[in-house]
Ligand binder design. Structure first.
Ligand code: ADP
Length: 239
């Protein structure tokens, strides 16, 4: 495959504890895929493998056609990541945080201001460009992290439980913005344990005890049940 995210036969163990067991799935460009799993399902382990914080001796991960095992630099250059823990510098402005990231990632200075303006506009954050991150609310901080993840124009966007700690309105806003990005052609993998962040038209992967339990279109999978009730019926975990 040339675009999107492709994971084949990925397994990982922490010593004797098997955290992922022969996991395979693909997310094409232009799709929002929710990876739903209760605590302990293996979501963080999968995110660590996709970002190469961990390396598995088995299986293969392709990011926009690049093999993460063989060409990690090329593969990671095509990946944007929003980690669960915020990593912004609170005493820098929104623009300064993005410029700092750009320098770390060797994004050319030429055209950088226009590039920053473009990603901030995409997330309705243009007017906050010169505000210190410390003065922003949680939702705007999260949007700044999202803008930063888009700065190098990735083809695949990975978000690890990105709404943790946000109020309902900020959560809904981030969910809507990321769906828009998928509609514009980005391949999105969104990990969560919250079923209300998933739309019927999204792709859904349910991870349970290290295995993909179900994969498909969310609305078709849940049938007549709410996604929350369906999820509880198959995993035993409330959502
Ligand atoms: P999730 O993010 O879905 O909550 P994790 O990937 O954190 O799941 O964990 C998957 C499984 O691996 C769990 O059973 C967890 O206890 C185990 N695990 C996670 N990290 C470690 C570790 N460093 N050492 C041993 N076991 C671990």
């Amino acid at each position: 495959m040339t675009g999107g995210l492709d994971v084949q036969d990925l397994s990982f163990s922490y010593g004797a504890k098997q955290a992922l067991n022969h996991v395979s799935f693909a997310v094409p460009p232009g799709r929002f895929c929710a990876l739903l799993g209760p605590n302990g399902a293996g979501k963080s382990t999968l995110v660590s493998l996709l970002t190469r914080l961990l390396v598995s001796p088995s299986g293969a991960i392709h990011i926009a056609g690049q093999d993460l095992g063989r060409s990690p630099g090329k593969a990671l250059a095509r990946l944007g990541v929003v980690f669960q823990q915020p990593t912004l510098d609170l005493d820098l402005s929104v623009r300064q945080n993005l410029a700092y990231f750009a320098a770390l990632h060797r994004i050319p200075r030429r055209g950088l201001n226009a590039r920053i303006d473009a990603v901030l506009s995409r997330l309705d954050m243009a007017e906050r460009s010169h505000e210190k991150v410390r003065s922003l609310n949680g939702g705007h901080r999260r949007r700044t992290e999202l803008a930063r993840a888009l700065l190098h124009d990735p083809q695949v966007l990975l978000l690890d439980e990105p709404t943790v700690g946000l109020d309902a309105a900020s959560r809904a806003s981030i969910v809507a913005h990321v769906h828009d990005l998928a509609d514009q052609g980005l391949c999105v993998l969104w990990t969560t344990h919250l079923t209300d962040e998933v739309r019927d038209s999204d792709d859904l992967l349910v991870l349970h005890r290290g295995e993909i339990l179900t994969a498909g279109r969310s609305g078709e999978i849940r049938g007549a049940l709410s996604l929350s009730d369906w999820f509880q019926s198959v995993t035993g975990a409330p959502a």
